[in-house]
Design a protein around this ligand. Structure first.
Ligand code: ZN
Ligand code: FE
Length: 255
């Protein structure tokens, strides 16, 4: 039976998501932004929390861990490189580690940049990827701890996932991301169409995620730093992709 997910907004602009295996009843929270919001989603679905899969150490992804662990006795899985900064960790993982949620299997992909130990969880058989604050719809995370080159390499790893992969990210930033994206890639018809779609979704009170790798490849400027037209549009024709990426990220920081 296929995996089920439950996405819910929390805090000011975070997303929480539950991943459920209907065969075994196992349920993982991807990050724990806020215990109350996770508990509400559990109550609405009737699912019982068995695991928390942490993407990175920031408080808006980890604040709910201890309260949930105390109540549900769930297992906490976290990146080895950041385990010391994350409360309640039971199991550490790194590039290539496999994580089971019931009978569902996730692969760990290291995506340093936003933080140095940031990881994503890719459930290949279910076409799901939980990418935390590395990749956003039409955007990417701020490069806080790592280097621009690390972030570009991490984004390329995610870009290499199959086109149909559903991407669950940590925040609802899509509208602001599109505004910026149009400033560097205004002639991109796919991006223009995405703006109209996102506006409709948000007006209806719906989330703009999940997105897919296939859609992001066509419209997310941070995944298009090696597209000649885009480099040309921002006055960097012929420059290496990592430099083009860094320039786009710097412009977003100042936007
Ligand atoms: Zn973060
Ligand atoms: Fe965050």
């Amino acid at each position: 039976m296929a995996a089920q997910t439950r996405l819910f907004p929390c805090r000011s602009d975070n997303y929480g998501v539950l991943l459920h295996d209907p065969e075994t009843g196992a349920t993982a929270a991807i990050d724990a932004p806020e215990a109350a919001a996770v508990e509400k989603a559990l109550a609405q679905t009737g699912w019982k929390l068995t695991d928390i899969l942490v993407t990175h150490h920031h408080a808006d992804h980890t604040d709910g861990i201890m309260a949930l662990k105390d109540k549900y006795k769930c297992r906490v899985v976290a990146p080895a490189a950041e385990a010391a900064k994350i409360p309640g960790v039971d199991e550490t993982v790194q590039e290539g580690s496999k994580v089971k949620v019931g009978n569902l299997t996730g692969n760990v992909i290291e995506t340093p940049g936003h933080t140095l130990g940031h990881i994503a969880y890719w459930f290949h058989a279910d076409n799901l990827a939980f990418v935390g604050d590395t990749l956003f719809s039409i955007g990417c995370g701020r490069v806080i701890e790592g280097t621009m080159d690390q972030m570009w390499t991490s984004l390329k790893k995610l870009r290499d996932l199959p086109n149909e992969t559903l991407i669950y990210c940590g925040h609802e930033y899509t509208a602001a991301n599109i505004k910026f994206a149009l400033s560097v890639d205004k002639d991109n018809a796919v991006l223009v169409a995405r703006e109209a779609q996102a506006r409709q979704q948000l007006a209806a009170g719906e989330p703009t995620i999940p997105t897919t790798i296939g859609d992001e490849k066509l419209a997310n400027p941070f995944l298009r730093a090696d597209v000649a037209d885009l480099a040309c549009d921002i006055g960097m024709a012929g420059k290496p992709a990592n430099e083009v990426f860094a320039e786009i990220r710097e412009r977003k920081n100042k936007f």
